[in-house]
Each structure stands twice: as structure tokens, then as C-alpha cells.
Design a protein around this ligand. Structure first.
Ligand SMILES: Nc1ncnc2c1ncn2[C@@H]1O[C@H](COP(=O)(O)OP(=O)(O)OP(=O)(O)O)[C@@H](O)[C@H]1O
Length: 419
């Protein structure tokens, strides 16, 4: 394995006794597309500035192609690495073309003019970033998004081995974000350029990156292939955020669905709720209850059912039964125990048949014990909820309604109930 960059025990602070980077170590393989992510202020920009020799580490070192980055001469280093900084403001009134031409500086000797080849490269980069039409305009009289693309074009023109970018998509609309990241990915694939970028949008990072570095409070929390780094647990640790991580069938990558901020006062889990669902009827119930921080159990549910899958992703405790099996005695007993320990039972509008009638019976037992039992019946009109031969489900539901079953139209209506 060839590492183009090796970072060893890097420490850095802007002020004495206040470390912003704390014992940071990682390696980057040649030709990889790597995203650095992490919450605001965790040290991403500080790290990238250390990697580019803009800041001098307090201790530790950065090796570029095996040689300490501090030992490179300026021009030699510019042929190896380039940086798209966070601040793209240029104080002088250069034309767009001249700014991109600056990318060729490492290849032009002091008393020499640019060559034909340099101009060709500049024009190619202007076209690739879709700013060829702007080439004669002043860099300070174009939009923030256009300026960002000019700086990216300048970086591409530099033809370095590694391109570092600090939030390159922050001023771009979604269309240009995809355009720029795809362009960087093409460069990465076709020319073997290593790309290392700081990015806030985790889903964009997941879509384009070979590897992800997740930072938290000046340290590396996790590093590696996206599916090992972007887990519910890591996202919670770094961002204090509940989330669901799903497979994206369109892009062959994973993506994250943020739920709600886990605020300090909400850390205490609210009431215990047992949910009875199945066949996807529990999806909204489970995710909204999780978002509202209730302490949830689900059961009995068949292994492989879509509600079972969601519960697993949300780390909800499930009482499970084998796939396609009727609820057996053992699972029923476990479910009863879970209901006994809960304050509330919530039923989705899953239809009842022979396989799951025992779930309705256990909910009725809960009602008789004095538990609050809710049925979330989403469909306005009558929905058949009974597939049993003798309409046992309907009869039981009728009896439960008489004995205090509360029917609501949505899980939001339940969450709104005070206390
Ligand atoms: N020039 C500076 N002088 C002093 N402290 C600084 C300086 N730049 C950054 N910091 C502090 O260092 C810490 C890390 O900042 P840094 O900009 O590296 O974080 P970041 O992860 O890139 O944040 P963001 O996502 O908000 O851009 C923060 O606490 C920040 O306030």
C-alpha cells in the first residue's frame, strides 16, 4: 500500500495550553478520494492547513511521499499539493483568466513567460469548471459561487498530486455542488489525483468518497470506508444527533437521514412504550417516537419484516419470532413481560390474521392491567384489520374500544398529548 500522506501524532494549538488538534494520526492512500467531516469547530480547517504546510505543527509530523512536508521548497511543494481555501477572496482586480493562470506558477521559471501548453491547460480548466465565458471578467465582479469555481479551476491547472479543498461546495447550489464533486471525482479517477476535502454535507461525502475521516473535538473519531465510519453510533457521538443510515439504491452508497438533535435535557429517556406493528405499518410510529426520545420496544415481530429492519437500525429492542411463523408461546410471554414493563402500548393499523392475533390479545391484556392502549388508525375510512376466519380480530378490537382503547389518526397526535 502506498501512502501519499502520513500524519503522525500531530498536535496544534492557536494559543498555548489550548490544543485544537490532539494527537492526530492517519494515512492517506495514493489516488483516494477522502472526505474530512465533523461538527463545527472540531478542527477540520486547522488540520487541512497543517497538512498543507500553512500552519506549523506544535509537535508530530506530516510526511508527503515519505518526506517531511516542512523540508520541501515552495515550488516543489506546489507541484505536489494545491489547496482551495475556505476564503476565496482575492484582493486585486485580476481577470478570471489570470487567476486560473496563477495555477501554472510552479511550472514557470522566474524570468520566463507562460508557454502555449500553460495557456491550453488554463483554457481546459476554465471549460471543465464551466466558467470559460467569464474569463475576461474581474474576479471581484462575479458571484460567490462563480468565484469558488474559478479557484477550483486554478487548483486543477496546478496539476498537483494531491488537491486539498476546504469546503469547496459551501457557496454552490445543489447543481453546481454535484458538478464540482463529479469533476473532482473524474480527476481523481482518470488522472489518479488524490483528493482530500473538508465537507459538511455527509450525504455528499458518502456519495463520492472512498474513505472518510470523522473528527470530533480535535481528534479522529473514526476513519475508513464510509459504511464503517458513518454509523448511527458515531454520528451520535460526534454530532449528538439521532439518525438512520440507509442503503441508497440509486448511487450504490449509503446515506444518512438525520432525526432530531439529542438536546441535553432530552437525554433522559421519556416513558416506556411498547409498539405492536408489522409490514411497514410501524415505520412512522417508530421513527417519530424515537425522535421524541421515548423508550421503545417492538413486538412480537417476524425477523426480516420491514418494521423489524427499521427497529434494528434504530437500535430498538425487539421481541422477535422466526420469519413467516405464527407467534409462539415463548415470544408471546416475552411480549407480555415487555407490555407489563411499559406504561403505554401503541398499535399500528396492521391487519390481524392467524399469525399475529396473539399480539392483539396481549394488547388487550395490557388494557386490562390498566395500561393506556392507543390505536393509530391512519386511514380515514373503514380499513379492514381482520383476516381471521371467525373475525376474532374485529371482535377483540370492538371489545377493546368498549374497554378504553383510544383511537388517534396519527402518531403526531399522540406525541402532542401533554405529560
Ligand atoms: N485563527 C484562529 N485563532 C484562534 N483560534 C482559532 C483560529 N481558527 C480557528 N480557531 C479555533 O480552533 C477551533 C477549530 O477551528 P476550525 O476552523 O479548524 O474548525 P472546523 O472544524 O473547520 O469548523 P467549521 O466546520 O465551523 O468550519 C475552533 O475552536 C476555532 O474557534
Amino acid at each position: 500500500m502506498t501512502y501519499v500522506l502520513e500524519v503522525n501524532n500531530l498536535e496544534f494549538g492557536y494559543m498555548e495550553n489550548k490544543k485544537v488538534l490532539n494527537n492526530v494520526s492517519f494515512n492517506i492512500e495514493k489516488g483516494k478520494f477522502v472526505s474530512i467531516i465533523g461538527p463545527n469547530g472540531c478542527g477540520k480547517s486547522t488540520l487541512i492547513n497543517n497538512l498543507c504546510n500553512i500552519y506549523k505543527p506544535d509537535s508530530g509530523k506530516v510526511l508527503l511521499d515519505g518526506k517531511n512536508i516542512r523540508e520541501y521548497k515552495t515550488k516543489e511543494l506546489s507541484r505536489k499539493i494545491s489547496l482551495v481555501p475556505q476564503n476565496t477572496y482575492i484582493p486585486y482586480d485580476f481577470s478570471v483568466f489570470d487567476v486560473v493562470l496563477m495555477g501554472r506558477y510552479p511550472y514557470i521559471s522566474r524570468f520566463q513567460n507562460e508557454k502555449e501548453n500553460d495557456l491550453e491547460i488554463v483554457n481546459e480548466c476554465l471549460k471543465l469548471t464551466n466558467i470559460f465565458e467569464l474569463r475576461d471578467r474581474s474576479i471581484n465582479k462575479i458571484s460567490g459561487g462563480e468565484r469558488q469555481r474559478v479557484i477550483i479551476a486554478r487548483t486543477l491547472a496546478q496539476e498537483s498530486e494531491i488537491i486539498f479543498l476546504d469546503e469547496p461546495t459551501s457557496h454552490l447550489d445543489i447543481n453546481h455542488q454535484i458538478e464540482i464533486l463529479s469533476l473532482l471525482k473524474d480527476f481523481n479517477k482518470n488522472k489518479g489525483t488524490t483528493v482530500v476535502l473538508v465537507i459538511h454535507d455527509i450525504n455528499l461525502a458518502l456519495r463520492y468518497s472512498d474513505d472518510i475521516i470523522l473528527m470530533d473535538k480535535g481528534k479522529i473519531l473514526s476513519q475508513g470506508v464510509p459504511k464503517n465510519v458513518i454509523t448511527r453510533e458515531n454520528i451520535k457521538k460526534a454530532y449528538n444527533l439521532n439518525s438512520i443510515v440507509e442503503e441508497n439504491p440509486y448511487t450504490d452508497s449509503i446515506y444518512i437521514v438525520p432525526l432530531q438533535l439529542n438536546k441535553a435535557e432530552e437525554k433522559i429517556r421519556k416513558k416506556k412504550i411498547h409498539v405492536i406493528a408489522g409490514g411497514g405499518t410501524g415505520g412512522e410510529i417508530l421513527s417519530k417516537l424515537e425522535e421524541a426520545n421515548f423508550d421503545i420496544t417492538l413486538g412480537v415481530i417476524n425477523i426480516g419484516d420491514s418494521d423489524w429492519k427499521l427497529a434494528k437500525r434504530l437500535s430498538i429492542k425487539v421481541i422477535e419470532e422466526q420469519p413467516f411463523n405464527e407467534i409462539g408461546e415463548i415470544a408471546f410471554e416475552k411480549n407480555m413481560k415487555s407490555i407489563e414493563e411499559s406504561e403505554i402500548v401503541i398499535l399500528s393499523d396492521v391487519p390481524y390474521g392467524r399469525g399475529n392475533l396473539k399480539n392483539l390479545q396481549s394488547a388487550y391484556e395490557g388494557l386490562k392491567m390498566g395500561k393506556k392502549v392507543y390505536l393509530i388508525q391512519k386511514s380515514k375510512g373503514y380499513k379492514r384489520m381482520d383476516w381471521t376466519e371467525k373475525e376474532e380480530g374485529e371482535k377483540l378490537l370492538f371489545q377493546m374500544k368498549k374497554d378504553g382503547l383510544i383511537i388517534l389518526n396519527s402518531i403526531e397526535d399522540f406525541i402532542k398529548i401533554p405529560g
